[in-house]
Design a protein around this ligand. Structure first.
Ligand SMILES: *Cc1c(COP(=O)(O)O)cnc(C)c1O
Length: 354
């Protein structure tokens, strides 16, 4: 820390992204990326001609992509907001809808960035404990008088919350925004997209990083009432109007055209997830019944941290969280069938050794 950093940031604990070590080639099951490459259409869309146009700023309004997403999801053009990864929407939404007075609530076990933004923007937030089975109790969020942020399916548990519960939360918090982070919705669970047409205070956050194999392109979007989208635009045009680069805008459109390819990838990942659950059970693991592209698992024979370390030594990366409530567990991203088989082989070896 330099002596120049202003005091309000001196105690800020930054988000820790999953590690990306370069010392050897790993089977990478630690950041919930898709194991499948971008579609042919996406690859072809980044032509030399488009690269040559990098001398020009991108369209700040993201017109083509916005219209494509609006058509694809059956909402109006004015109901879509586009961002540099969904982390940016979350950042803008915390800026726009949370403060010292307007607090925020979110589960104590959830996407780690909510807490980081809460601290960054000096939000008076409350972390609501999950139930002992790691599920979300919707009644903890009704009539909260605060901005509500829930990931559905939740991370790192992979568990979903029902549409009825979401509607109850949205309905009883009409004076506050309810943000539903649907980063993993294409792998399972039920989207609350239709509810955005009925409730002005509901904002859905989506990302291209997981189900559309574009984590490296940084693209996210939000769907909600025009009023909420206008608010996000106010923040965007006050911070970084050209937030999406030209190539990502083009790739984002091409990915929608290739929707069938991505739907097929999601189907394969969901199948591999069920296969993974079976295999983990055979190896004596307990796991939560994930709807997402990862499984949260533990084994009585080995601590979460030790399992993570042993896997890494053997060239397999998974994610371990030190929070004592979940430190027994590791989060395993669903890769290809071949990648998972490597994980199981290494796991057998590790469990034989302890
Ligand atoms: C991965 C993830 C994000 C961030 O995605 P980006 O679009 O890559 O910024 C947001 N929310 C949840 C719950 C995630 O798991």
């Amino acid at each position: 820390m330099s002596k120049y950093l202003i005091s309000k940031y001196q105690s800020l604990e930054a988000y820790t992204p999953g590690e990306q070590p370069r010392d050897m080639k790993y089977v990478k099951l630690n950041t919930n990326e898709s194991p499948y490459p971008a579609s042919d259409g996406v690859i072809k869309s980044i032509s030399a001609e488009e690269v040559a146009k990098l001398n020009l700023y991108p369209d700040p309004e993201c017109k083509f992509l916005k219209q494509k997403l609006a058509d694809h999801y059956g909402v109006g053009y004015d109901n879509v907001f586009i961002s540099n990864g969904s982390d940016e929407i979350l950042s803008f939404a915390f800026m726009a809808f949370c403060s010292d007075e307007v607090g925020a609530i979110f589960p104590d076990i959830s996407y780690g960035f909510y807490k980081v933004y809460g601290d960054l923007y000096k939000v008076n937030y409350t972390e609501i404990p999950l139930k002992s089975d790691f599920s979300i109790n919707a009644d903890d969020y009704t009539n909260s008088g605060k901005t509500v942020i829930i990931a559905n399916p939740n991370a790192p548990t992979g568990l979903s919350i029902s549409l009825e519960d979401i509607e109850k939360i949205v309905k009883t918090n009409s004076e506050n925004v309810v943000i539903i982070d649907e980063a993993y919705i294409d792998f399972g669970g039920k989207t609350c997209l239709e509810l955005t047409k009925k409730y002005e205070n509901l904002l859905i956050v989506r990302t291209y990083s997981k189900s559309r194999s574009m984590a490296g392109a940084r693209l996210g979007f939000a769907i909600g009432s025009k009023a909420l989208i206008d608010d996000l635009n106010r923040i965007k045009y006050s911070t970084n109007p050209y937030n999406i680069n030209r190539l990502t805008l083009i790739a984002g459109c091409a990915a929608i055209d290739d929707n069938d390819y991505y739907a097929d990838c999601c189907k394969k990942i969901a199948e591999t997830r069920e296969y993974t659950k079976q295999k983990l059970a055979q190896l004596g693991f307990e796991y939560l019944d994930s709807d997402s592209n990862f499984v949260f698992a533990r084994n009585d024979k080995i601590s979460g941290e030790e399992y993570y370390k042993q896997l890494k030594k053997n060239g397999v990366l998974v994610r371990h969280f030190s929070n004592p409530k979940i430190s027994d567990y590791v989060r395993i991203t669903i890769g290809t069938r071949g990648q998972m088989d490597i994980l199981f082989d290494v796991t057998k070896k590790i469990l034989g050794e302890v």
